[in-house]
Design a protein around this ligand. Sequence first.
Ligand SMILES: C[S@@+](CC[C@H](N)C(=O)[O-])C[C@H]1O[C@@H](n2cnc3c(N)ncnc32)[C@H](O)[C@@H]1O
Length: 293
Amino acid sequence: MKIKAALILCALLAVTGLVLALLSPGPAPGPPLENEPGAETAPSPERTEETTIRNLTRSRLSYRLTPSRGKEPPAGESVIAPRAVHRHRTKVALEIRFFNGLEEQTFTLDPGSAYTFRYDEDGRPQIFLGSHGRTDAADLAPFVPTPQVVVDRMLELVEVTASDVVYDLGCGDGRIVITAAQRYGARGVGIDIDRDLIRRAQADALERGVTPLVRFLVRDVLKADFSPATVVTLYLLPESNELLRPRLEKQLAAGARVVCHNYTVPGWEGSETRSVVLEDDAGGEHKIFVYER
Ligand SMILES: C[S@@+](CC[C@H](N)C(=O)[O-])C[C@H]1O[C@@H](n2cnc3c(N)ncnc32)[C@H](O)[C@@H]1O
């Protein structure tokens, strides 16, 4: 008798569950990750035993590689041109030696990792481990979010309105595009090479109710189309802004505004329409530069 009652209860629960599942709207869909039909798609992450070295400085640099252990022959002296990428097939860590203009530098490079020559704080060439770990795209800056007070000021300075289309190139967690949508009703596109950050941006956009206005794309900004932008926001390293400059000049329509956090666009010296310095809540100093095309 007890068994019969239990069976009836199970059947009732199963039917109720089925009915609820059919009636439930399911999780609200966020915008897709890559969503422009026919647009350039991000290259798929590679898995290789290559160690890549990319030169984002303005100079030709020479370096010497030697295996830090093992029996592979040394790769010898190499010269890397600005913007070039060298790929070294190796299963072992390599020691790199180069002259930074003052003294010889030595670092160990792990197999399968992406490294970049960029400038250090003193303006000398230095080698950095790529923050996004991809060997197929330039590492334009590590993820360091712009403090909200700075985001707010950047958008105020370029007088964003609901008729603007704001592109953040290297958008991180999407806070600039999301703020522009929330505060001003502007449409926006955030582009980043890091898929996890793009997912975070999408989740945040959903939470703040701005998904109809914003899109987030996993792309290399050096290959992306951002020509619909009326406002571009940048928080990338100076040499990265320099790499982007020809694309900005080619793609942006007259009247588009470009607003940069902390670093100017080399080659556009003297053409800022505004520049301000402000403090964040922790007392850190930030600079903002505004340009108009
Ligand atoms: C300094 S963070 C700025 C984040 C955001 N724009 C902000 O201001 O809060 C730079 C971002 O650029 C991204 N990035 C680096 N290289 C990139 C590339 N080649 N293409 C797209 N994004 C890139 C990084 O993943 C990182 O999220």
